[in-house]
Design a protein around this ligand. Structure first.
Ligand SMILES: Cc1ncc(COP(=O)(O)O)c(C=O)c1O
Length: 407
């Protein structure tokens, strides 16, 4: 298909999307963030698509596509590690179509369960994404279902573009919109529609440095496949852009930047603590740009950071919270050798409690071969009110004569 033809398909489908999606999804809230605005010396707004139906923007493209299939096929097939899966299963259920979702065997448990709850038939496979796609196309052929691509489709791109329309309807004088990039469908739709409505707007793409396929493709001037590294932003872990999305990014995206895993974790923690928002890694990459030092872009400007999804496993949140609280000095780990006699633990917990500490977890290893004779290894995670309290707990334990802290 020629690009001009793709563009006119996006235009037609965008109109259809605007008339269709709001019957089934929310116009999500947009919040001004005072703290982030102060940090960058500009105005930062958070577009809360993590609060969207199914927990992400994916449902916009899925409804736009599937609403047009309802009298043509009995079902749809998708391949996805998570959010597209939920979007497609939900959209299919609206139009009474069947959905088969092929997912990698290590997909997040919450995303697999949610997909099933929306009525999706989940096929879990221990295989590469290329093989999962092959399986998806094969199922579609066998059952005569329509295959719904997660990003490289003008109809999906048009649906995701409704987000730009929504943002500009609420805040027309915005200067920048910052958008995460996976396969590139989301940013293609947003950049194209945003520039149609306001040509001078800047659209900035963000990817995890663990999956920098757009940065690499732009650098080389051609579609490039990258090696994926483990990332908190699982929604962005595509090896390659699509040919259509690459063309949109080249034409309509002003800049693409990468963020580190550390800053993604910081952003998830920040959004939980300050804004009470549960945001998954992919969605938090836009906020991570600020922790990664890209503040200059936002100084003196009005910027919308898109929080594109909120589907994060609680176990991830637990680990990130623990790390964040520990970095903020609100949780400490006391690790050392405790005298191996009855009553020791009672005395230690007493010292912690008297100084305002609250025990989060205790690990006890009597088999540790490095413990001095008569001692046992103990690791205690404690929530503490102040750094002064930590000092008092450490001093108390030292004086007790039953504890030797690791230096
Ligand atoms: C939460 C979230 N944000 C962003 C993206 C990236 O979207 P796209 O693949 O259209 O670039 C995804 C993709 O799955 C996602 O799940």
């Amino acid at each position: 298909m020629e690009f001009e033809e793709i563009i006119s398909k996006v235009d037609r489908n965008f109109q259809h999307a605007i008339e269709t999606v709001y019957k089934y999804i929310h116009k999500t809230p947009m919040e001004h963030s005072k703290t982030l605005s102060n940090i960058v010396e500009g105005d930062i707004y958070l577009k809360c698509e993590n609060l969207q139906k199914t927990g992400s923007f994916k449902v916009r493209g899925a409804i736009t596509k599937i609403s047009q299939l309802k009298d043509k096929v009995e079902g749809v097939v998708a391949v996805s590690a998570g959010n597209h899966a939920q979007g497609v299963a939900y959209a299919a259920s609206i139009y009474n179509l069947k959905s088969v979702i092929v997912m990698p065997h290590n997909a997040s448990i919450s995303k697999v369960e949610a997909t099933k709850n929306y009525g999706g038939e989940v096929v879990l496979l221990d295989a590469s994404f290329a093989e999962l796609f092959k399986k998806g196309y094969q199922i579609a052929k066998e059952r005569n279902y329509e295959f719904v691509h997660p990003f490289n489709d003008p109809v999906i791109i048009a649906g995701q573009g409704t987000l730009a329309w929504e943002i500009l309807n609420e805040l027309y004088d915005v200067d920048n919109i910052v958008v995460p990039i996976g396969g590139g469908g989301l940013i293609s739709g947003i950049a194209y529609i945003a520039k149609k409505l306001k040509p001078e707007i800047k659209v900035i793409g963000v990817e995890s440095e663990a999956a920098p396929k757009a940065s690499e493709a732009l650098k080389k001037g051609e579609l490039t496949e990258v090696e994926l590294k483990p990332t908190l932003a699982d929604g962005l872990a595509a090896k390659k852009l699509g040919d259509i999305t690459f063309e949109f990014i080249k034409r309509y995206v002003d800049e693409v930047i990468t963020v580190t895993e550390k800053s993604i974790a910081q952003a998830i923690y920040f959004l939980l603590e300050r804004n009470k928002l549960v945001v998954e890694g992919a969605g938090a990459t836009t906020v991570a740009t600020i922790f990664d030092g890209y503040r200059e872009i936002f100084r003196g400007k009005k910027t919308v950071l898109l929080l594109s999804g909120g589907n994060i496993d609680l176990t991830y949140i637990y680990r990130i919270l623990l790390r964040g609280l520990s970095e903020a000095g609100k949780i400490v780990t006391l690790e050392g050798y405790a005298l191996d006699v009855p009553g020791t633990l009672n005395k230690i917990t007493g010292i912690i409690a008297r100084n305002g500490g609250n025990i989060v977890d205790v690990f006890h290893d009597r088999m540790d071969i490095y413990s001095p004779p008569g001692y046992t290894l103990l690791r205690i995670i404690v929530e503490v009110p102040t750094t002064e309290a930590v000092k008092k707990i450490r001093d108390g334990l030292k004086k007790s004569g039953i504890w030797m802290e690791h230096s």
